[in-house]
Design a protein around this ligand. Structure first.
Ligand code: DGL
Length: 276
């Protein structure tokens, strides 16, 4: 039996570390376990069924590690797997467990950042095709017009450590221009993939200066703090030793080498094998 009850943070790879970093900064007292499914990343181009199957498998792993609460710090998994897990699987596995995503907390506030009410979403192909952002923003801010642009090359640039090189400029400029061409009134752009904060400087360079660029980390961390405040039945069972554990389904050497860029501090990860 696990002796601690950490918060589980999941991503297909490294991107979720940009979210974990903000959570740890806002809520340092809790224990956190991070899992990157690097062996099967990227999730962005995969089918609904595959992303759901992989995500569910990882969520079950977190539950075995004793996590009462798991955050899918991945927009693609939040878009393609979260609802089914919440509505169908939790009741069968353990109805006391909770799984949250990153799309809902972001869409709850995004309209507040925009004056023109024209918002741009940059995301993986999977997230864009799911239409999750359009559907969720419509619920909270029906007056906001949403423009989406898939950026299929960006996760690969980041995962392959090419995000600061000149090669990245072409694809950063291309997708930004394709988004801005959809509406000249966009005044707020959301980086709706947890990998994209690493491209922030280049994205800023090719985006008109009067357009705001939002990262999700702070928004999601603030929302988690609020969730824990509203759910004392979950908060009270979380262990609070400030422990952090990191797991990857691929090479720990690669993970540790890249992870510091996302997390902002050195990491020693452990390897796990999930049945493929
Ligand atoms: N970081 C994930 C997200 O937020 C996407 C990475 C991937 O395609 O696996 O969507």
């Amino acid at each position: 039996m696990p002796s601690t009850s950490p918060i589980g943070i999941f991503d297909s790879g490294y991107g979720g570390l940009t979210i974990l970093r903000e959570m740890v900064s806002r809520l340092p007292q809790y224990d956190y376990i991070y899992l990157g499914d690097n062996a099967r990343a990227p999730y962005g181009p995969r089918s609904f069924d595959t992303v759901y199957r992989y995500t569910l498998q990882c969520v079950k792993w977190f539950f075995q590690k004793g996590c009462p609460l798991v955050v899918l710090a991945c927009n693609t998994a939040s878009a393609k797997a979260l609802r089914t897990i919440q509505q169908n699987d939790l009741a069968k596995i353990d109805s006391s467990k909770r799984v949250l995503g990153v799309i809902r907390p972001t869409t709850e506030v995004i309209g507040n950042y925009s004056d023109s009410k024209h918002v741009g979403i940059l995301a993986t192909t999977g997230t864009v095709i799911s239409n999750s952002y359009k559907i969720e923003i419509e619920k909270f801010f029906p007056e906001v017009k949403v423009f989406q642009q898939a950026c299929p090359m960006w996760v690969s640039l980041v995962e392959n450590d090419e995000y600061t090189g000149h090669g990245a400029d072409f694809f950063v400029k291309k997708y930004i221009n394709e988004l801005i061409d959809q509406s000249s009134s966009i005044d707020t752009i959301l980086l709706a993939c947890t990998h994209y904060p690493l491209l922030h400087d280049k994205i800023r360079e090719y985006t008109p200066a009067d357009i705001k660029i939002l990262n999700q980390g702070e928004i999601v961390a603030k929302s988690l703090a609020n969730y824990l405040y509203r759910h004392p039945e979950i908060e009270s069972i979380l262990s609070q030793n400030s422990d952090r554990e990191f797991y990857t389904t691929d090479s720990t050497e690669d993970f540790d080498r890249h992870a510091a860029d996302f997390y902002g501090a050195g990491i020693r990860s452990l390897h796990i094998d999930l049945d493929k």
